[in-house]
Ligand binder design. Structure first.
Ligand code: GLU
Length: 449
């Protein structure tokens, strides 16, 4: 039976399509009971429900029909134009320019719309990105490498480890900067993870994503990528950063510190914001404008230190009114080594959770605390319930927002199993993830000058 090229189909859907000899792009008819659907067979994402066959109907809508419904019949009624995903020609390399690698992990920035079928595919390679944004050849000599090809919600801490090791290989070979194209959903987690894993960086490592795929007219992929490659090639800092639109207009790209950045909007181009800190830099008119004085300077002679272990037995628990404390007991019983509590306000949880927290700590679980407010810092010295938490041994994570706190806790418990050392590391500033003194809040929260 023939394979269905680039289709994403598997399981029962794949078998049914193969038995009817259908390829992506063919016109097919699906019937079951009294239902009939005719349209173009379009590719599907490789994750999610594998039984659905996706058909683009004449009216432009897509339908998913389960291959497992009783009496289903699929027939090919026409041969369509096959989707083309040929790589564009690569631009010429200029040997005097800085040498940068674009590593692709997937997500919208590495996706492309097939305009005929309307499907978005997570399939284009890092070299395609380079090919579709030829301006990059004026900024840097760009190597490309596909590390993963997946949506970022599918990534795990093991992927962070692999990615950090791949980046380290390139840095040790003497590259001038690294760009990592990544799905935006969990890009902030991965940028935090690499900030902890890649210490003493000699050159910048810049994450970049897109809210619209690279071949939509409204795409932010090209401008973000150009900004990221510019920063990786020329920026004076050597840290993990994340480059995205500063506002909804295309005028400036902003580079946030990898441990301080959060996706704060589902769809806007300026979805990413620095939390409790200023961005490191802006890229405006192809110039890097530094926004901070306290950064690690680029120094190709500096020796990278790799610390890539993450402990996955760490949970993030959001406190909410009426939360059942047995949620905490559950994680303890499952052998979790760390719990990050997302407390309310200054960092509070209900007194009904106290016994469960005390028990977790007594069993050797590190219980850390951030605030679900996102902006501001936890301060549990103020109210007596907060002071109780401190007395139990809860570790407040200053002005780290929960996602970075979670990644840090995973990283800390990946480095040591000693409780005292874990607490020491949690309270040590590794990559600029917290400040002990809050910056002017009106500037931080509203971006006021
Ligand atoms: N959810 C996917 C991801 O994060 C696609 C969205 C995007 O890239 O922004 O990879």
């Amino acid at each position: 039976m023939s394979e269905i090229k680039n289709s994403g189909y598997s399981g029962s859907a794949l078998r049914l399509l193969q038995s009817a000899n259908c390829q992506v792009g063919d016109i097919i008819r699906i019937t079951y009971k009294t239902n009939t659907y005719e349209g173009v067979l379009i590719p599907r994402g490789e994750s999610g429900d594998t039984t659905n066959i996706i058909v683009k109907l004449k009216n432009g809508y897509n339908v998913g029909i389960s291959a497992t419904v009783e009496g289903i019949n699929v027939e090919k009624i026409g041969v369509g134009i096959k989707p083309m995903f040929a790589s564009p020609l690569l631009p010429e390399q200029n040997s005097v320019l800085p040498h940068v690698v674009i590593m692709s992990t997937g997500g919208t920035i590495a996706s492309r719309v097939d305009y005929r079928t309307g499907a978005v595919r997570s399939a284009i390679s890092a070299s395609d990105l380079y090919g579709v944004v030829p301006e990059l050849s004026k900024i840097a000599r760009v190597d490309t490498e596909i590390v993963f090809s997946t949506y970022s919600e599918n990534l795990t801490p093991k992927n962070w480890t692999d990615l950090a090791q791949k980046v380290a290989e390139r840095i040790n070979q003497g590259i001038d900067g690294v760009v990592i194209a990544h799905g935006t959903d969990t890009m902030g987690y991965t940028s935090a993870a690499l900030s902890f894993a890649l210490q003493n960086l000699p050159v910048p490592v810049i994450f970049v994503g897109a809210q619209r795929s690279s071949d939509r007219p409204s795409s932010d992929a090209a401008t973000n990528l150009i900004g990221a490659v510019r920063a990786a090639s020329e920026a004076p800092f050597a840290e993990v950063g994340l480059a995205m639109h500063e506002t909804i207009s295309d005028s400036a790209i902003v580079v946030h510190r990898g441990v301080r950045v959060r996706k704060c909007h589902t769809s806007r181009r300026d979805a990413f914001k620095s939390i409790n800190d200023f961005p490191i830099a802006r890229v405006l008119d192809q110039k890097i404008i530094m926004q901070k004085d306290d950064y690690q300077h680029r120094d190709p002679t500096r020796q990278l230190v790799l610390k890539t272990n993450f402990c996955e037995k760490v949970a993030l628990i959001k406190f909410y009114p009426g939360m059942d404390p047995s949620i905490i007991d559950y994680y303890v019983s499952q052998g979790f080594r760390g719990i990050l509590l997302e407390g309310s306000g200054l960092g509070h949880v209900s007194i009904f959770c106290f016994e469960a927290i005390k028990n977790a700590i007594a069993k050797g679980v590190i219980v850390a605390l951030s605030s679900q407010c996102i902006w501001g810092r936890v301060n549990i010295d103020i109210y007596d319930t907060g002071r109780d938490l401190l007395n139990f041994g809860v570790v407040p994570l200053d002005d780290m927002f929960p996602e970075t706190g979670l990644v840090k806790l995973m990283w800390v418990l990946g480095q040591t199993s000693d409780l005292k050392e874990s607490k020491r590391l949690l309270k040590t500033n590794i990559a600029g993830e917290f400040t002990s003194r809050s910056l002017p809040q009106e500037k931080i929260v509203y971006g006021a000058q």
